[in-house]
Design a protein around this ligand. Structure first.
Ligand SMILES: [Zn+2]
Length: 190
C-alpha cells in the first residue's frame, strides 16, 4: 500500500482517540493537526533541502574525529554563482567545508555536484592526514577521483533505496507503528 504511512486527516483523528487516556493525557484532534502542520512546515520542508544528508553527516563526523575539532561542519548553500559555475567548495583546513551551488540546478544536478565536491574534500583531507604518503601508484588526478567518489556516494544511496529501504519497513503497518508508541507510553507510565 503506497499510502500506508501517509498522514492524513483520518489518521490524525484516530491518533487523537488512541492517545486520549482516562487519566492524565488529553489530546484533541485539533492539537494533532496543529503539530502535524508545524512538523510539515518546519521539518519536512527542511528535509527536502538536506541533499545527501547521510554522507555529509558521516564525512563530518569522520573529520571531527580526525581533526580533533568537534565543531567541524560541512554546509551547503544555494546561491547565484557567477560565470555559470555549478559549484564551488571552500575548505578551511581543520575548521569547515562550505559548498556553494547554483540555485538554478535541478535536484538531481545538485546531488551530482555536491557529491563531487565532497569527493574533493575527502581526498584532500585524507591525503593531508597521510602526511605526504602516496595514496595511488599512478599519478591519479583529483578531478576524476572526485567524480568517482561522487559515483560511489550516489550508487550506494540508490542501492539502499532499491534493495534495503523496503526491508527496513519489514511488513510494518501504520497501526503497528502507533502501537509501539502506545506501549512506550505504558512503559513510561510504570
Ligand atoms: Zn572538481
Amino acid at each position: 500500500m503506497p499510502d500506508e504511512f501517509k498522514i492524513d486527516n483520518s489518521k490524525l483523528e484516530k491518533l487523537a482517540k488512541k492517545f486520549k487516556t482516562k487519566d492524565s493525557f488529553s489530546l484533541s484532534s485539533a492539537s494533532c493537526k496543529k503539530l502535524f502542520n508545524l512538523y510539515s512546515e518546519v521539518i519536512t520542508e527542511r528535509i527536502r533541502r538536506q541533499h545527501l544528508a547521510h554522507i555529509i553527516r558521516s564525512l563530518e563526523s569522520y573529520l571531527q574525529e580526525k581533526t580533533g575539532n568537534s565543531l567541524f561542519t560541512i554546509k551547503c548553500y544555494a546561491v547565484d554563482l557567477p560565470f555559470g559555475d555549478n559549484t564551488q567548495g571552500h575548505y578551511r583546513k581543520g575548521r569547515c567545508f562550505d559548498i556553494y551551488y547554483n540555485k538554478s540546478l535541478s535536484e538531481d544536478e545538485v546531488r551530482i555536484c555536491l557529491s563531487h565536491e565532497l569527493g574533493h574534500l575527502f581526498l584532500e583531507a585524507y591525503s593531508y592526514m597521510q602526511k605526504g604518503k602516496k595514496l595511488y601508484e599512478d599519478a591519479a588526478s583529483m578531478e576524476p577521483l572526485s567524480s568517482l567518489f561522487g559515483i560511489f556516494t550516489i550508487a550506494s544511496k540508490n542501492d539502499f533505496y532499491q534493495n534495503e529501504a523496503n526491508s527496513c519497513i519489514n511488513g510494518e503497518t501504520f497501526n503497528g507503528l502507533v502501537d509501539k508508541f502506545l506501549s512506550l507510553g505504558r512503559q513510561n507510565a510504570k
